[in-house]
Design a protein around this ligand. Structure first.
Ligand code: HPA
Ligand code: ZN
Length: 322
């Protein structure tokens, strides 16, 4: 049997292939910047901050609610074909609003696309409403207010992505309080390009159940012990880290050292076409780089299901598939 894959860390807009983004741009009459793509058609970006710019540029192709239907349908059906049985997807109400699409309209379209993929493949999933850190505190609070005002059964988490060098986690505490009070699971991007202190500050201020990336924790033994102690789950995306230059190869990721120190670790594809990967590749590369057994890999999926932002009945069904 193929190993059932779980992806807890993938961005909806970041999962859109250049082909899909070009098709949406053509359909919507949007002229994308010529320097968004390499000559071979892949996304062009040079470093982490340039990646964030290219990401925003590609998002200009997304103009209509039906585009969100296509993004969700394509992501979930493609990932299901790779063996993903459950995926959580970060969604950005800010990027939708920039195209004049209101959050409830975005949700209806996402639900439609996801439901079609689920009906065809059996894939399960949820969405994580995500603020963009470098858009500022006020925008993050507005995003959290949306979660409160427009609850949706498929939106079960709240997170923050973007430039983690912007501001301090404590600045965003009010936004996270609103989201937590709306019943959402909490995840925070930290320790991707910034150091261990960025993770400690996120834990102190925002009390997340999960950290997006978090790999920088390996530089601080007491922080590693704290993560293990508190049962905080890391959504590790080694291919993403390699693409942005944090590590040179899968074997250099602290994935195994963190796991062996008792930290709960899961895997994510992050922004698959930008980082030349997908969730099946992440599992395969990690297995190969660390010479892990099939039970080791199954344990990663089990940890991810236990940490998923979904109801217990859904978790029980997913665990049965393992
Ligand atoms: N890191 C931070 N912010 C992001 C990412 C990422 O990998 N993808 C989309 N927004
Ligand atoms: Zn991410």
């Amino acid at each position: 049997m193929k190993l059932p894959l779980i992806d807890l860390h993938c961005h909806l807009e970041g999962a859109a292939s250049p082909t899909l983004i070009r098709a949406l741009a053509a359909r919507n009459g949007v002229q994308l910047p010529a320097d968004l793509f390499n000559a071979d058609g892949s996304y062009l970006w040079k470093d982490f901050s340039h990646f964030l710019e290219s990401y925003d540029a590609a998002c200009q192709a997304i103009r209509k609610p039906e585009d969100f239907f296509d993004l969700a349908y394509t992501h979930f059906s493609d990932a299901a074909r790779l063996g993903m049985i459950y995926g959580e997807v970060f969604i950005s109400a800010d990027h939708a609003a920039a195209s004049g699409i209101a959050y409830p309209e975005m949700l209806t379209a996402l639900e439609g696309g996801f439901s079609k993929a689920r009906a065809q493949t059996g894939v399960e999933g949820r969405f994580v409403l995500t603020a963009i850190r470098h858009y500022g505190v006020e925008k993050a609070e507005q995003t959290a207010a949306l979660a409160h005002e427009f609850p949706h059964p498929l939106v079960t988490g709240f997170g923050i992505a973007g430039d983690e060098a912007f501001g301090q986690p404590a600045d965003f505490a009010r936004a996270f309080d609103v989201a937590r009070n709306a019943g959402l699971g909490i995840t925070v991007h930290a320790g991707e390009v910034c150091g261990p202190q960025s993770i400690a500050a996120a834990l102190d201020a925002l009390k997340p159940a999960r950290i997006g990336h978090g790999v920088a924790a390996i530089g601080d033994a007491s922080l590693v012990a704290r993560l293990a102690d508190e049962g905080v789950v890391l959504e590790i995306c080694p291919g993403s880290n390699i693409a942005v230059g944090v590590y040179g190869a899968y074997g250099q990721s602290p994935f195994l050292r963190l796991r062996d120190a008792g930290v709960k670790v899961s895997l994510g594809a992050d922004d698959p076409p930008y980082f030349h990967t997908d969730i099946a590749n992440e599992y395969a590369q990690v297995q190969q780089a660390f010479d892990l057994s099939a039970p080791d890999m199954l344990a990663i999926s089990k940890t991810a299901i236990e940490a998923a932002f979904c109801d217990d009945a859904t978790k029980a069904k997913l665990l049965e598939k393992l």
